[in-house]
Design a protein around this ligand. Structure first.
Ligand SMILES: NC(=O)c1ccc[n+]([C@@H]2O[C@H](COP(=O)([O-])OP(=O)(O)OC[C@H]3O[C@@H](n4cnc5c(N)ncnc54)[C@H](O)[C@@H]3O)[C@@H](O)[C@H]2O)c1
Length: 253
């Protein structure tokens, strides 16, 4: 059994850093925001909807409501974050939506929606943050793709296309925005979040999904957050343009 990841080892690794995290109300984005707060960062937590606002009282957290497909709402949120923190040193794009329709059945509206949120939304937020990141001393971007962006399954055409797009986009801006900004991509395997719970029963996660993984289980959000922490921290100062699979061994064989 592997040791369980926790927030305890994060202490001090992001002190003084000001990071915007999208998709921060749920799942992986929320785990990243919590870990980054534990690591000493100031965190602007952006999501399109907040049913609960658990971190509103944390002195280094700022809760923002914005839709990443809407340039004006993203600009306003970034403006608020910069106003509050005095700048931005990092960005994590974790907002995303899923789609499991067959390619011959997905509606054009749904296809466009998945591409709009997962790919164009990532672009919109990166571009809105760019001038602020360029002004920071050692800025970072981490974009969440997926194992589906590397090795797609059937019934994932729109989602896989959007996530492959995130990989290509991230590599391209890693070249364009270097050396000021390091840009890296994480490709998680299946992780226990509301997104995955919406698509699979407990039985199918155990009997069908987990056996695809060398480690024999799906991931926990904190395990993806630890990878985002590494890529955002100074420990990864010579790492840019990479695509890091954090998937318990689904994609290596
Ligand atoms: N959970 C997994 O197994 C898995 C695997 C690979 C990749 N990913 C990726 O990781 C990221 C996080 O996934 P998750 O499982 O935590 O999902 P989740 O559904 O738990 O959380 C996604 C969050 O993104 C927000 N969001 C969606 N559309 C938005 C928009 N237009 N504007 C602002 N916020 C928006 C949602 O409100 C939600 O809070 C996604 O990009 C997902 O594609 C997840």
């Amino acid at each position: 059994m592997q040791p369980e990841a926790s927030n305890a080892s994060a202490q001090g690794r992001l002190i003084g850093r000001r990071i915007l995290v999208t998709g921060a109300a749920s799942g992986i984005g929320r785990a990243i925001a919590e870990l980054f707060l534990a690591a000493g960062a100031s965190v602007a937590m952006l999501d399109r909807q907040w049913s609960v606002t658990p971190h509103q009282e944390h002195p280094r957290a700022l809760v923002l409501e914005a839709d990443i497909t809407d340039g004006e709402s993203v600009d306003a949120a970034v403006f608020r974050a910069v106003g509050m923190f005095g700048g931005l040193d990092g960005l994590v794009n974790a907002a995303g939506i899923s789609n499991t329709d067959w390619a011959d059945q997905v509606t054009l509206d749904d296809w466009r929606k998945v591409l709009d949120v997962n790919l164009t939304g990532t672009f919109i937020v990166c571009r809105a943050c760019l001038p602020h990141l360029r002004a920071a001393p050692a800025a970072t971007i981490v974009n969440l793709s997926s194992g589906q962006g590397l090795q797609p399954f059937s019934r994932r055409s729109a989602y896989a296309a959007s996530k492959a797009g995130v990989i290509a986009f991230s590599k391209s801006i890693a070249m364009e925005w270097a050396p000021e900004i390091r840009v890296n991509t994480i490709c998680p395997g299946a992780v226990d979040t509301p997104m995955v719970r919406a698509g699979y029963s407990e039985d199918s996660l155990r009997d069908q999904v987990a056996p695809r993984y060398a480690l024999g289980r799906i991931g926990a959000p904190i395990e993806i957050a630890q990878a985002a922490l590494y890529l955002t921290s100074a420990e990864a100062s010579f790492v840019t343009g990479i695509v890091l699979a954090v998937d318990g061994g689904r994609s290596y064989h």
